[in-house]
Design a protein around this ligand. Structure first.
Ligand SMILES: [Zn+2]
Ligand SMILES: [Zn+2]
Length: 390
């Protein structure tokens, strides 16, 4: 007989909601999650669970050891907020100017604490160990790597995470096998031209005009060099040059992000960008440097573990709370880093009508907490059973 996870989650719903709002009101930027981590550790201690703190920075790891021996599966939540001035007008809005939980990590953290509570109460029926990973610095895509380097994935057979998703019905879990989130790598291009008076362009090598050509030429990479069946994005996010209307500056700096869903496209983009930029600059008599900052892998769900997660969700929440995901997102997530250490699946949790993530009006929907907590609990239980059979 399946444990009634939904009922167990409902019993801790208001407790988890209070935690969520407390975390929402006290957001901390990536790498600065002192208070959030302390609250997590203290809450877990209150549940009679022991924790390892300071993992990969401010990360917290907690093992819930089941009633019988077996494998270990991990559940992950992220704890950091964003440099955004909140504009929700909520009673529990951020008390820190310019910092806000606009990606729902307050919800993820509270949900995993709720899951800890229901799993700890039912630990006797777990065949193995459930590891809870509360990670810092997801928004800077640095936290997962730091936690893995600090041993967070040692001994883990499979890992799962939930991310709140606007536009999906409240409480519905949506996922698919294969790629679900994109890789991200960033670039910085510095074009070195020659300055001049604005009235004498022929004496210059105008880095603004050349930079504009680079921006346009880079779009040709996606349009003409990448297989149209393979998604790719090159976006310029900043373009800085110049000081006055009548001066042609000597240099320009452009930065941006590249996204892909496959390793081959991810590898091709920086090479093509550098070649294109060099070619354009050379044709205009300028030089350039092109620096690539490697980000994170795409999140690619393991087919077998995705089925385990979907079937567990169906059993625990009801078929009406599962939905097939049709297309991945070109957004990025550092969850893919964990998948280098063990297979797993990244699940979307519907939070209904909501502002898009990273918007100043975003608020994680508390109505989704129960389903999120129950989903993580039942996925952990069923994953332990599945890992045991492998
Ligand atoms: Zn985010
Ligand atoms: Zn996020």
């Amino acid at each position: 007989m399946s444990e009634p996870w939904l009922a167990r989650a409902a019993a801790v719903e208001s407790w988890a909601r209070d935690l969520r709002r407390r975390i929402h009101a006290n957001p901390e930027l990536s790498g600065q999650e002192w208070e959030t981590a302390a609250l997590v550790a203290q809450t877990l201690a209150g549940l009679g669970l022991s924790t390892r703190t300071g993992v990969g920075g401010h990360g917290v790891v907690c093992d819930i050891v089941g009633g019988s021996p077996g494998p270990m599966v991990a559940l992950r939540a992220d704890m950091d907020a964003l440099p955004i001035q909140e504009a929700t007008g909520l009673s529990y809005a951020s008390q820190r100017p310019g910092v806000m939980h606009a990606c729902g990590h307050d919800g993820h953290t509270a949900m995993l604490l709720g899951t800890a509570s229901v799993l700890a109460a039912a630990r006797d029926r777990l065949r193995g160990t459930v590891r809870l990973i509360f990670q810092p610095a997801e928004e800077t895509v640095a936290g997962a790597a730091a936690m893995c380097a600090d041993g967070a994935m040692n001994g883990v057979s499979a890992i799962f995470a939930l991310h709140g998703w606007p536009g999906v019905d409240v409480g519905t879990i949506a996922t698919k096998p294969g790629p679900v989130m994109a890789s991200t790598d960033t670039f910085e291009i510095v074009i070195q031209g020659r300055g001049s008076h604005g009235a004498y362009p022929h004496l210059s090598r105008d880095p603004i005009a050349i930079g504009a050509l680079v921006v346009i030429a880079a779009q040709q990479i996606v349009a003409r060099q990448i297989d149209p069946l393979e998604p790719a994005v090159i976006t310029f996010g900043t373009f800085h040059a110049g000081t006055a209307t009548n001066i042609i500056p000597s240099s320009a700096t452009l930065t941006g992000t590249m996204r892909a869903l496959s390793a081959s496209v991810r590898e091709a983009l920086p090479r093509a960008l550098e070649e294109t930029t060099r070619g354009v600059c050379a044709s205009q008599g300028a030089t350039c440097t092109c620096t690539i900052h490697t980000g994170v892998d795409p999140v690619v769900n393991d087919p077998t573990w995705t089925v385990v997660a979907v079937e567990a969700t169906r059993a625990g929440l009801g078929a009406e709370y599962t939905a097939e995901l049709h297309a991945p997102s070109m957004g990025a997530e550092d969850f893919g880093v964990y998948l280098r250490h063990a297979p797993g699946a990244f699940l979307r949790l519907g939070i209904g009508d909501n502002a898009v993530g990273h918007d100043c009006r975003y608020d994680f929907n508390d109505a989704a907490l129960v389903h999120g907590m129950a989903c993580m609990a039942v996925v952990a239980e069923k994953a332990l059973d599945a890992a045991d059979l492998r």
